[in-house]
Design a binder for this molecule. Structure first.
Ligand SMILES: O=C(O)CCC(=O)C(=O)O
Ligand SMILES: [Fe+2]
Length: 209
């Protein structure tokens, strides 16, 4: 018989998938604003603690994480926060994680072009602040029909014996407990056009204590 410990390790993350997350007008406004903002995106960095607790901070390493990020304008950040709060009880029920009473939302905008990827990681060991992330939420948007392939989000059980793969579908928000291991599979953009890439908005619900 399996021990309780091994059953916990084999447990799959509980993932909430919210299709049609933004109303059509807001989705269209975000895509239009994004397509004008190419010059604002910068190479993604990684921060993490190594096993010996030395800290890698703000390093660009495209073999681990290859994408470009920018700050999302305030008006859109507010839309995302309000929408997440409006779905709070559903998100809590599906993911099994409660929104902390005292909380803040970390939000960044990402572009994943040809060859983009993010190897397996957890979102809670990426620097001191990151340990207070409780829910990770990733919103996907792109031109339709999508002109890229790949870029699926793959989530693992803690022992990696099982996994769940989610397609980065346009106007879809995917939420999961931040402590679960996950990766972004390589993106392919045959045209090589920046605008044909995979766009996403990363949101993290942080506890403040
Ligand atoms: O883009 C995704 O699907 C996930 C991104 C991610 O895991 C991260 O930025 O920590
Ligand atoms: Fe992540």
């Amino acid at each position: 018989m399996k021990s309780p410990g091994s059953r916990i390790m084999a447990r799959l993350p509980r993932v909430h998938v919210e299709r049609g997350f933004l109303p059509p007008e807001e989705h269209a406004a975000l895509l239009a604003e994004t397509l004008e903002a190419q010059a604002l995106y910068q190479s993604s960095t990684i921060s993490r603690y190594e096993e010996d607790m030395t800290r890698v901070n703000g390093q660009v390493d495209p073999s681990v994480r290859h994408s470009h990020v920018r700050k999302l304008p305030k008006a859109f950040r507010e839309i995302f926060e309000a929408k997440l709060v409006s779905l709070q009880s559903m998100i809590e029920a599906t993911t099994g994680v409660e929104f902390p009473a005292e909380r803040w939302f970390e939000i960044e905008s990402v572009h994943s072009g040809d060859g983009a990827l993010f190897t397996a990681h957890i979102d809670t060991n990426r620097g001191p602040q990151s340990s207070r992330r409780v829910i990770s939420a990733v919103y996907y948007y792109s031109r339709t029909p999508a002109a890229f392939s790949g870029g699926q989000l793959k989530l693992y059980s803690l022992d990696r014996s099982g996994s769940i793969t989610v397609e980065p579908e346009d106007n879809t928000m995917v939420l999961f407990p931040s402590m679960f291991l996950h990766e972004v599979l390589p993106v392919s953009v045959p045209s090589g056009e920046w605008a044909d890439g995979r766009f996403s908005v990363n949101c993290w619900v942080h506890r403040t204590d």
